[in-house]
Design a protein around this ligand. Structure first.
Ligand code: SAH
Ligand code: SF4
Length: 414
């Protein structure tokens, strides 16, 4: 996961995103990209056109379910409205620069997001589900020492349109390639580049469109936000959009976590564990303040039952750094009060990372210690290796722009 030097990447011609007339000429800034709009923003936009709120559902269905970007083809809209839309709006995802497919079916798209920067999106097909891993920022400010995105510093937040545009694009391309298959993407994980909870508003707007039955209709259990532990925004997510939560733990004590995940100095483990506990405890169906939700989502909480009743702790396995059996025992103590599952992630290397992947037998021994304590602990299978599609590997070359690179001495076994 990193900021790409897009210029240096050989581009693969992208399939046509939309008819030329539906694409946004960038010289007309007054037009609205409807991918930037969640339900509320679409309602406000329709109001400016003098249109009724029920148009929101129609537009959501055309854009996100049919994948249509050409208003002229939205046949159940009155011609006058289609013309108004064509002059005031457009539907456009970021341009695709590269499209790579690995032997295991993992597919990765590199999108251009301006100023020579790129973001990546990874599609991971499995037997019973297919997951899209989405980016939320260009780069990341949080400088986790083992993460290539963190090594490259922060560039900017993605807009709602750039976030949902990744799902819109992938859904469309996969549907074109597999016309008989129905809905292909069953799960979304916000585990691409960036820290989703430091781009809160845009991420939540995009989540609302993912969850909406007129949008992508995904269950909250099948949409996961992964965070390095932005405690106040874990609480805001719980209140506003309690989807499944994954927390990048990576260390069982503050001393080690301060070094691996520097945001820990601001929100140490005691605060993080308390926030995780609150997340699981108080996102029940019946107390959710529906009135803060956009209208189409109201009632969804009751209909779907409770969100996940556990937090997933992600734990990257770094040889000689955090993979000792004593670390596993410390983890059991640390997480005692939090209903949780562990996902052990084999470290994915990138140039000059300074870390090494733990040996498989060490990962197994670590897993067994957790399992013997009654915890569910799985080992994440590495996918899409040859296209650098695995966690922490996105976007090719790594340009080390952070101060951290200069002072990196944290458990460097090499
Ligand atoms: N910023 C968020 C989400 C993006 S990172 C977060 O930190 O949770 C998604 C996951 O990939 C996180 O668990 C992160 O710690 C992990 N990751 C980052 N770099 C990695 C690497 N080099 N190898 C394996 N996992 C990595
Ligand atoms: Fe940012 Fe997540 Fe990478 Fe840490 S692991 S630098 S929070 S993207």
């Amino acid at each position: 996961m990193s900021v790409a030097a897009v210029e240096s990447i050989t581009s693969t011609p992208a399939p046509e995103t939309s008819s030329p007339e539906a694409r946004m000429p960038s010289e007309i800034p007054s037009r609205t990209n409807l991918l930037d709009c969640d339900q509320r923003a679409l309602a406000a936009f329709c109001a400016t056109l003098g249109e009724k709120p029920f148009r929101v559902k129609q537009l959501l269905r055309w854009i996100h379910q049919v994948g249509e970007s050409d208003f002229a083809r939205m046949t159940d809209l009155a011609k006058a409205l289609r013309e108004k839309l064509a002059s005031h709006a457009f539907v456009q995802a970021p341009d695709v620069l590269k499209d790579s497919v690995a032997a295991d079916g993992t597919r990765k798209w590199l999108f251009a997001v301006g100023a020579g920067n790129g973001i990546e999106t990874v599609f991971i097909p499995e037997i019973n589900r297919a997951t899209l891993c989405i980016s939320s920022q260009v780069g990341c400010a949080l400088e986790c020492s083992f993460c290539s995105t963190g090594r490259q510093g922060f560039n900017r937040n993605l807009t709602t349109g750039e976030i949902i545009g990744q799902l819109w694009w992938a859904t469309r391309v996969l549907a074109t390639d597999n016309p008989q298959s129905g809905r292909i993407i069953t799960n979304v994980v916000m585990m691409g580049m960036g820290e989703p909870l430091t781009n809160f508003e845009n991420v939540v707007s995009a989540l609302y469109v993912m969850l909406d039955d007129h949008g992508y209709g995904l269950s909250r259990r099948r949409v996961t936000v992964s965070t390095s532990g932005i405690v106040p925004n874990i609480d805001r997510l719980r209140a506003q959009c309690p989807v499944a939560l994954a927390v990048s733990l990576h260390a069982p004590n503050d001393t080690l976590r301060d070094m691996l995940v520097p945001i820990n100095r601001k929100y140490p483990l005691a605060q993080l564990m308390a926030a995780c506990r609150r997340y699981v405890d108080s996102a029940p169906t019946d107390t959710h303040p529906d009135d803060v939700l956009p209208e189409p989502l109201q009632g969804k909480w009751q209909r779907e039952g409770s969100p996940r009743d556990f937090v997933t702790f992600e734990y990257v396995m770094l040889e000689g750094v955090n993979d000792g059996l004593a670390h596993a025992r410390e983890l059991i103590e640390l997480t005692r009060e939090v209903p949780c599952k562990f996902n052990l992630i084999p470290f994915n290397d990138f140039p000059s990372s300074g870390y090494r992947r733990s040996r498989p037998e060490q990962v197994r021994a670590f897993q067994e210690v957790l399992q013997q304590a009654g915890l569910i602990a799985t080992v994440r299978r590495t996918r899409g290796d040859e296209i650098d599609g695995a966690c922490g590997q996105l976007a090719g070359e790594v340009q080390d722009r952070t101060r951290r690179a200069l002072k990196r001495s944290v458990g460097t076994p090499l």
